[in-house]
Design a protein around this ligand. Structure first.
Ligand code: PNW
Length: 458
């Protein structure tokens, strides 16, 4: 039996656009994902989040299921345009009431809410009027929006995540154009990232100054794959290190050290923005915990003299800037996303973070996998997902035993949902969603996870 530390947090995660639906209800404004998903050709099969899991109308049923599983925490995100339809100015009382009721329902069942303020559904008006994350003004709007959330929900919410995976927004949204807002550029990703860091810094500052009495914790969540040197050569080891700096250091270095990694300065040069001394001050030290989303691992090798091209989706970012060639071991099994299953990668990444950032409290705010789950005779058997979770959780425990301060684990995801550009074709849930009827069916992994939580291990 593998036992986790006493007060380890066991949770599940979701995000507003992926589950809520009710895209034109309750006074909600439009988001860039509403616009993007309604643009022909952007999403597989033309799927949209208009209805999604219709969680907006079924949140009580969903929370009852969470309670049955014994979840200690639930991570969800708030839709900014549901709270502020245009992203600035007027608030929407109905949207505020929805999240307030949702939080009350969680508290009623003893489930601790972990709230992400921004999981990619930027109010469309901010994109159209201000060019979204490219505009420094958006940091002020974000801060005002955060203020509304802290003031209405902060009496009950004690765990805040400012921004989910700015890497994805920057690279997939402003670099490769496969996610909203669909921009393609080799400089905008750095500008958008810069404004998201500024926004995070401002919101955390506000929270600490104005809402100190609420006694909560706040941080950013970043995603990172592990990069293993392809060979033991000095060049490949440097390439793997550089790849991690371009992936995670890009966001975590400013937060922990006050500036971007030196490797990025040297290579990205004038396309990498500069922080003012005041911004540096504000951003440095702005994480109470290190939120980490982790899904996969790739080999990294030095690409000196080779032409490396950015592939769409799930690679390391702007390849030309890094000079790193990525590959996988053909023997590694893959999930439906095509992401390699390499449990030891999570262990190495946790140690890398632990060492580089001086033993921060780390929370795995997402880990999980998509498989081609089939409903048969009213049940869904997903042994592959259970194997995946066993592998990754075992490696998490080894990291903890070796001194890494990992405090919690949030499984992605509580239920199947709108998987962005892949629409509903990729199922990450431990609950199967029959999108025709809206019915949720616990997969065998849900029952397995219930027992893990009950036993604090497996
Ligand atoms: C994360 N990549 O997205 C998100 O936080 C979730 O909303 C999402 O459903 C989940 O992981 C599964 O994809 C990512 O291309 C999307 O590297 C793409 C990448 C990474 C994370």
């Amino acid at each position: 039996m593998l036992k986790f530390p006493h007060n380890f947090t066991w949770g599940c995660a979701t995000a507003s656009y992926q589950i809520e639906g009710a895209w034109l209800e309750g006074g909600k404004g439009l988001s860039i994902w509403d616009a993007f998903s309604h643009t022909p050709g952007k999403i597989l099969h033309g799927h949209t989040g208009d209805v999604a899991c219709d969680h907006y109308h079924h949140y009580k049923e969903d929370i009852a299921r969470m309670a049955e599983m014994g979840l200690s925490a639930y991570r969800f995100s708030m839709s900014w345009p549901r709270i502020q339809p245009t992203g600035y100015g007027k608030r929407n009382p109905e949207g505020i009431r929805f999240y307030s009721d949702l939080i009350d329902e969680l508290m009623k069942h003893n489930i601790t809410p972990w709230v992400t303020l921004y999981h990619w559904d930027l109010p469309l008006a901010l994109q159209m009027e201000f060019d979204g994350w490219l505009n420094p003004k958006v940091a002020d709007f974000f801060c005002d929006y955060a203020d509304i959330c802290f003031s209405h929900f902060g009496d009950r919410v004690k765990h805040w995540i400012t921004i989910n995976e700015p890497w994805v927004t920057a690279i997939l949204g402003y670099g490769q154009g496969v996610f909203a807002p669909g921009r393609i550029s080799n400089s905008e990703p750095y500008q958008a990232a810069h404004q998201m860091l500024r926004s995070h810094g401002k919101a955390v500052d506000l929270y600490r100054q104005k809402y100190h009495f609420q006694n909560g914790k706040i941080g950013m969540t970043n995603n990172c794959d592990w990069r293993e040197p392809k060979t033991n050569s000095e060049e490949d080891r440097a390439a793997a290190q550089r790849a991690l700096e371009f992936f995670l250091g890009w966001f975590a270095d400013p937060i922990y050290f006050g500036d971007y990694p030196e490797s990025m300065r040297q290579r990205v040069k004038e396309r990498l923005p500069q922080f003012t001394p005041q911004e540096r001050e504000q951003i440095k030290g702005s994480n109470d915990f290190f939120g980490l989303n982790h899904y996969t691992t790739m080999y990294a090798s030095d690409a000196e003299g080779k032409k490396v091209l950015s592939e769409v989706y799930g690679n390391g970012g702007i390849a030309e800037d890094q000079n790193v060639e990525l590959s996988v071991d053909p023997k590694w099994k893959k999930t439906e996303m095509g992401w390699a299953i390499v449990p030891w990668g999570i262990n190495r990444l946790l140690h890398w973070i632990d060492e580089r950032y001086n033993h921060p409290d780390i929370v795995l705010t997402e880990n999980g996998c998509a498989f081609d789950d089939q409903l048969a005779d009213g049940a869904v058997h997903d042994p592959q997902r259970i194997d995946f979770l066993k592998g990754y959780l075992s490696e998490c425990l080894i990291a903890i035993q070796n001194g890494v301060r990992l405090k919690g684990y949030f499984l992605w995801s509580f239920m199947d949902n709108f998987e962005w550009a892949s629409g509903y074709t990729k199922r990450f849930g431990i609950h199967y969603v029959d999108y025709e009827s809206g019915k949720r069916i616990p997969k065998s992994s849900a029952e397995w996870y219930r027992r893990v939580i009950q036993n604090n291990g497996f």
